[in-house]
Design a protein around this ligand. Sequence first.
Ligand code: HEC
Length: 152
Amino acid sequence: MLKKALIMSAGLFAASVSAQADLFKPEDAVKYRQSLYQVMAAQAGVIGGMAKGEIDFDAAALHQRAINMSNAASLLGETYFPETRDVEASNMLAKGWEDTEGRMAKAKDFGAALKNLVQVSGEEGFDQAQAREAAGALFKTCKGCHDNYRKD
Ligand code: HEC
């Protein structure tokens, strides 16, 4: 299970290789993308709540949430094909399309931080202090990308 999640998080935001435009209408792909981010945000809410002590800390549950996030994130790549650029509902800035390299670097930071959270939360003795550190580092990478590539 853990191994599988790690492999999937390594493939986060993979460049669009197959013809996703054949599978999804651009408008639907943006809805799909935004829904995945909502799934991720729901996991982040519980993870952050546990890390801060607002929700009872449960290492196994937090670990599962990290895996859930990883699974959702692994699907994002197929929603980012060029035809989605002009979809009005999308809140990605034009800069996100133009500076692919920069955006991929942010995605990589996120992937590494999430992989770390999945890993440490699965280890024996994982506690709230470790959760605060690993989750804090992860959430910084969400913001790091949004600040650059998403409309406010
Ligand atoms: C590499 C860039 C990147 C990373 C990392 C990233 N996001 Fe985003 N996020 C985006 C972009 C771009 C959008 C806008 C997508 C669109 O509307 O087409 C977005 C949109 C969202 C939305 C709004 C979805 C909606 O309903 O419109 C939420 C919520 C969100 N992200 C949460 C997160 C969380 C939580 C994390 C970290 C755990 C995260 N994101 C990490 C780039 C990123």
